[in-house]
Design a protein around this ligand. Structure first.
Ligand code: 13P
Ligand code: SF4
Length: 427
C-alpha cells in the first residue's frame, strides 16, 4: 500500500477477496444502497460474518438522482446546501469516514470529541452525524429537545454495539446480583458497577445510568474504570472485551480476575467462585475491524521497517496491544503522528480510511495500515456523499429524513451515565 492512493482507489482494486473470515469488496465504496434496503446485513467488509439483530433499522430507498450523480456533482450540491442552511446545521464526522464526507464536516473527531461537539451547539437546529447509529443516539441524548439529529444512512450501525442487547445484560445483572447481594464494603463501595463503552445502544447507556454506572470511550477508559472502582468493588464491562481487558490490564488487574461473560449461558459460562473473585467481568463483544490485526503483522512490520513505530487502537486484541509500541483512541493516534518531529515510519492498527488520510496529510512520514487487505468498517462506509446530499437537500425542502430519536425515558438515564463520563476527571 502506498501513501498516495485514496481508500476508494485501493478498495476498487479488491475483488471480493476473502480474508480473515470476512469479505472485502469494492461494491460498498461505490453503491452502499445496494446493500441497505435488502434484508438487514452489514454488507461486505470486516463485519460480514457478524449477525445483525432483526430489529436493526433499514434504510429506505435513496432517490435515484443521488445514486446516479457523480462524486463531483454531489460535492457541489453538498457545498451549496450547507451554504443555504448556514448555522442552522452542523455536520459531525468521525475519523473513519471517507474523505468525500470528511471534507464537509464542521467537526471531525473521535467518539468522545463528537459527543462533546453535539452538546456544545444548542443553537443549531439540526445535527447531521456522519458516523454510526450509537453516535447519533448519543448526540440526540446530549442535544436539546428542539434539535434534530440525523444519521444520513440508517444502515450505519456498529456490529460491536449490536453484540450486547438490553435483555441479555438484564439477565446477566440479575444473576450477578444474586451472587453479590447488595451489601457495601467498608469503603462504602457497592458490589458491582456497570460500565458501557460508548459503542452501545442508548438502552445500555440507560441501564448504566439507572444502576449507578457510567459510559466510557477509548480515550477515557482508564479514568472511567478508576471512577467505577472508587464506587464499586467490581465492574461489569460491555460490550468490548478487548477495550475492557487492555485497560484493566494496564491498571494492574490480573487476567485471572477478568472472566468473560457469554450471554445466554448460565453464569455467563463461569462458576460462582470465579465471579466472586472477579474484578472486571468482560462481555464477549469485539470489533470485527480491529480483530483483523495480529501479532504476525507487527512482527513483519518490524522486519520490513526497522525502527517502525507501531500504534494500535485499544479495540485490538490484547496480544496485539502488547506487541505494539503504543495504543490509544483514534484521536490519540492522530495526535501521536502530528507530534512526530522527525520523519518516522508508522504502522497503524485501526480503520483504513483514517490511516490513509493521515498518510496523505503527513507525507514526511511513511504511514501504513497493519492489515494488508484493505477492509474498512463496513458501516462507517455506509455514509456515501449521496446520502449526505439527500439529507441536507431534504432539510432545505423542509423535510427531516432519517431522524434518530431516543425515547425520553431511555434518554433520561442514559444522559445520567453520559454526564458522569463527561464529568469524570483523571485521578
Ligand atoms: P474512537 O472513540 O477512538 O473514535 O473509536 C470509536 C470506534 O468506533 C472505534 O472503532
Ligand atoms: Fe463499530 Fe468496529 Fe466500526 Fe468502530 S470500527 S464503528 S467498533 S464496527
Amino acid at each position: 500500500m502506498t501513501n498516495k492512493a485514496s481508500v476508494d482507489e485501493l478498495i476498487q482494486l479488491i475483488v471480493r477477496e476473502p480474508s480473515a473470515g470476512s469479505t472485502c469488496s469494492s461494491s460498498l465504496a461505490q453503491g452502499p444502497w445496494e446493500f441497505d434496503t435488502a434484508t438487514p446485513n452489514y454488507g461486505p467488509g470486516a463485519s460480514s460474518e457478524d449477525v445483525i439483530p432483526a430489529s436493526s433499522p433499514i434504510q429506505g430507498v435513496l432517490p435515484d438522482e443521488y445514486k446516479t450523480a457523480s462524486v463531483e456533482e454531489l460535492h457541489e450540491r453538498i457545498v451549496a446546501a450547507k451554504q443555504t442552511l448556514g448555522d442552522s446545521v452542523i455536520i459531525l464526522g468521525h475519523f473513519y469516514q471517507r474523505d468525500e464526507i470528511v471534507v464537509h464536516a464542521d467537526y471531525l473527531g473521535d467518539s468522545f470529541q463528537l459527543a462533546k461537539a453535539a452538546q456544545a451547539h444548542p443553537d443549531a437546529k439540526a445535527i447531521v452525524f456522519c458516523g454510526v447509529h450509537f453516535m447519533a443516539e448519543t448526540a440526540d441524548i446530549l442535544s436539546t429537545p428542539e434539535q434534530v439529529v440525523i444519521l444520513p444512512n440508517l444502515a450505519a450501525g456498529c456490529s460491536m454495539a449490536d453484540m450486547a442487547d438490553i435483555d441479555s445484560v438484564n439477565e446477566c445483572w440479575e444473576q450477578l446480583e444474586e451472587i453479590y447481594g447488595t451489601e457495601v464494603d467498608e469503603s462504602g463501595r457497592v458490589p458491582i458497577i456497570p460500565v458501557t463503552y460508548m459503542n452501545s445502544s442508548a438502552a445500555l447507556k440507560s441501564f448504566c445510568g439507572e444502576h449507578g454506572g457510567i459510559v466510557c470511550t477509548s480515550s477515557n477508559a482508564e479514568t472511567v474504570l478508576k471512577w467505577a472502582f472508587e464506587r464499586g468493588q467490581r465492574v461489569l464491562f460491555f460490550p468490548d472485551q478487548h477495550l475492557g481487558r487492555n485497560t484493566a490490564k494496564a491498571m494492574g488487574i490480573p487476567l485471572e480476575n477478568m472472566p468473560m461473560w457469554q450471554g445466554r449461558k448460565p453464569l455467563g459460562g463461569n462458576d460462582e467462585q470465579t465471579l466472586k473473585d472477579a474484578q472486571v467481568i468482560l462481555w464477549n463483544g469485539f470489533c470485527s475491524v480491529h480483530k483483523r490485526f495480529n501479532v504476525a503483522q507487527i512482527e513483519k512490520a518490524r522486519i520490513d521497517f526497522p525502527g517502525v513505530r507501531v500504534i494500535v487502537h485499544p479495540e485490538c486484541p490484547m496480544p496485539v496491544v502488547d506487541a505494539a509500541d503504543e495504543y490509544g483512541s483514534t484521536d490519540y493516534i492522530r495526535k501521536a503522528i502530528a507530534a512526530a518531529t522527525e520523519p518516522t515510519t508508522f504502522a497503524i492498527g485501526t480503520e483504513v480510511n483514517m490511516v490513509q488520510r493521515l498518510a496523505a496529510q503527513y507525507p514526511q512520514h511513511t504511514i501504513f495500515c497493519l492489515d494488508p487487505v484493505v477492509c474498512p468498517c463496513s458501516t462507517m462506509y455506509r455514509i456515501h456523499p449521496g446520502y449526505l446530499a439527500w439529507v441536507l437537500e431534504s432539510l432545505i425542502a423542509g423535510n427531516v429524513v432519517n431522524q434518530i430519536s431516543v425515547d425520553e425515558q431511555v434518554a433520561q438515564n442514559a444522559r445520567v451515565a453520559l454526564e458522569r463520563m463527561l464529568a469524570a476527571k483523571p485521578l
